[in-house]
Ligand binder design. Sequence first.
Ligand code: PEP
Length: 263
Amino acid sequence: DLHSFPTRRSSDLVLIGNWKMNFNMHEASLYLHNLMQLLPSYRDVEVVLAPTILSLQSLSLQINRRIAKLAAQNCYWRDHGAYTGEIPAAHLRGIADYALIGHSERRYIFIESDKDIRLKVQAALRNRIKPILCIGETAQERALDETKDVLADQLTSGLANVTAEELGQIVIAYEPVWAIGTGDNAKPADVKSAVATIRRHIAHLYGKAAAEQVRIVYGGSVTVDNAADYLAIRDLDGLLVGGVSLDSHQFKEIITKAHSKEK
Ligand code: PEP
């Protein structure tokens, strides 16, 4: 039961913009320039941008980290070797603050396995990059009423070998696959219940204190209009925004809603 968890220490929110495979280096730089003009440094909202891998390094030189941080959209788990086309977490160290791991587009288009995802979580942690572990049920799993089991399995697998201390570095993104890029956003009540399921499972794995502390965000067709409904969920720590984050003005509006939210 959610109410058995005491209030967590920090009410700070994290807002992640996943640009997916959009914006070349020039466009990425322009976006960042615009966003930094638009956005004051909000102490209570951590803004994270996830550009394509090509722009990460130049944006890391351009960015004011008091205003926003950077995330890789993916990383490889081995540190070096004969793995043509891959980019290791080891090379992202000091450039990316975060890495999205197990995004549903990675799981289902690029057929990443739970084992790949587990190894990537560990590689990120070992390289001082905070993993944003994405989990969520497909439409079919939802129809079969398997959401709770899917969340528990993906957490158990993704967090295997992660210590309670390391858990503090992790953000869990609840992203129901059917809600991503579809305009069919999850009902706030369903998100609330998924967040409770996630905290309950983390409590089972790590104990209650860890479950209270871990940060959980929601992603799936978040817009300027529906963002406040999610931000009102007491036990949710922020949002992962895909499509709408491509418009710096709209993304800024969502960030401002998070900042002005009554805590
Ligand atoms: C995402 O990319 O993780 C996402 C939630 O996308 P969208 O907001 O476009 O549904």
